[in-house]
Write a protein that binds this ligand. Structure first.
Ligand SMILES: [Zn+2]
Length: 184
């Protein structure tokens, strides 16, 4: 994957890199398995154009044609590699409630544990990951219905987030137990 971004969005770009390099291997195997076939058929090179906003207000789009200049024409360096492209409007992603009820319930849990900031950062990276998978799904199977593509990407997000919360809460109670034991 290649992330095309402006200089001022370098920090967000690093979050995407972290989501792909660290977040993806860390999600439960059953979450990754849902995308086995899609990733197997995915273009060799996927360009992500990072934007702040989209005029249409969408979170992301897949592009039928590659528009990012260095990749728009076939280069010898790429050989016969297939190239796909998508854009992501990250300020929309930050505000997007993927699963309003679940997200709010988790927010409350971490607010009590004062780990809300950490939770929100992980949640943002999982949203990015689910969007990248969603758009890749569209690139690979252009005729699959939006409902079906969405169901798969939301299932990924729901299960990956639940797994993160479960592990984070386990360490949270451990921290509380330790701090109490200091008074013991
Ligand atoms: Zn879609």
């Amino acid at each position: 994957m290649v992330i095309a971004h402006s200089f001022r969005d370098a920090a967000i770009s690093r979050q995407i890199v972290q989501a792909i390099e660290e977040g993806w291997p860390a999600v439960p195997a059953k979450c990754r398995e849902g995308y086995d076939e899609i990733l197997f058929r995915a273009p060799d090179l996927v360009i992500v154009q990072l934007r702040r906003q989209n005029l249409c207000g969408c979170l992301a789009h897949r592009h039928m044609l590659v528009t990012e200049a260095p990749f728009a024409e076939q280069h010898e360096a790429f050989g016969s590699a297939a190239v796909g492209e998508m854009d992501i409007a990250y300020q929309r992603v930050e505000k997007w409630l993927a699963l309003p009820l679940t997200d709010t319930a988790f927010d409350t849990k971490f607010l009590e544990g004062s780990r809300l900031k950490e939770f929100r950062a992980e949640q943002f990276r999982l949203k990015l990951l689910s969007i990248i998978l969603h758009e890749t799904n569209h690139l690979v199977f252009p005729h699959e219905s939006e409902a079906s593509v969405r169901e798969r990407s939301l299932a990924f997000y729901r299960e990956a987030l639940a797994d993160y919360v479960e592990h984070a809460l386990a360490t949270l109670s451990l921290t509380i137990d330790r701090s109490f034991s200091r008074f013991g």
